[in-house]
Design a protein around this ligand. Sequence first.
Ligand code: 5GP
Ligand code: 5GP
Length: 227
Amino acid sequence: MEFKNSTLIKLLTIQCLSFCCLAQDFDFFYLVQQWPGSYCDTQRSCCYPTTGKPDTDFGIHGLWPNYNDGSYPSNCDPSSPFKQSMVSDLISSLQRSWPTLACPSGDGSSFWSHEWVKHGTCSESVLDQHGYFKSALDLKAKINLLQILMGAGINPDGGSYSISSIKQAVKNAIGSTPGIECNVDEDGNSQLYQVYICVDTSGSNIIECPVMPSTDKCDSSIEFPTF
Ligand code: 5GP
Ligand code: 5GP
């Protein structure tokens, strides 16, 4: 009886542990990049970071753990706050590649902190804080989105481009179709806002998207504003 009980307890413990841990796991990442011109030309407008106007380039919004059914975990570890000291060697790269455009102006740390707490803590089984930010930076460096689009004649010139040509240009360059999110400028025109690229759970390999983001529903032709 005693043997049976202790076996039962062990089994229950194992089940509970695997439930708790697996429940926080994820299937893939979205690397989400934002076009600063489209963040800034809206009714809400934007504020440049205290470090100055960002480059004319896509910036990282986040690296988001996701499930294959389209849902996603968030805020997975309240005991793991963002610590700038853990990424001190990455700060200049973060300022350049992951600039904040929200108002009031900031140096980026509150944006990085928000992304770590909401999303990064859900992939801690794979990437610690340094690994999380390093992976996002390395991915962005590997995928030069602006160069890819401009190489296909899709320029940030206020012109109008078909969604299919944008998706095809990225697919031709990286082998995987991206998700595209649009927003509207002050005049109500639909425009290229964010690009979602799917990445495996290691945070380093681009994959076909298991599911497109729910925000992938632009008009067939959209504007690519200047910045
Ligand atoms: P929105 O409601 O503006 O589309 O998204 C608000 C926030 O929810 C995003 O910035 C992001 O933090 C989170 N979010 C929205 N869609 C997704 C998604 O498909 N996957 C993940 N992981 N997060 C998302
Ligand atoms: P998410 O939508 O990822 O949950 O949250 C984005 C949060 O980060 C918002 O609270 C937003 O104010 C803040 N934030 C700071 N800088 C930026 C930025 O450059 N782009 C976006 N999309 N959000 C930013």
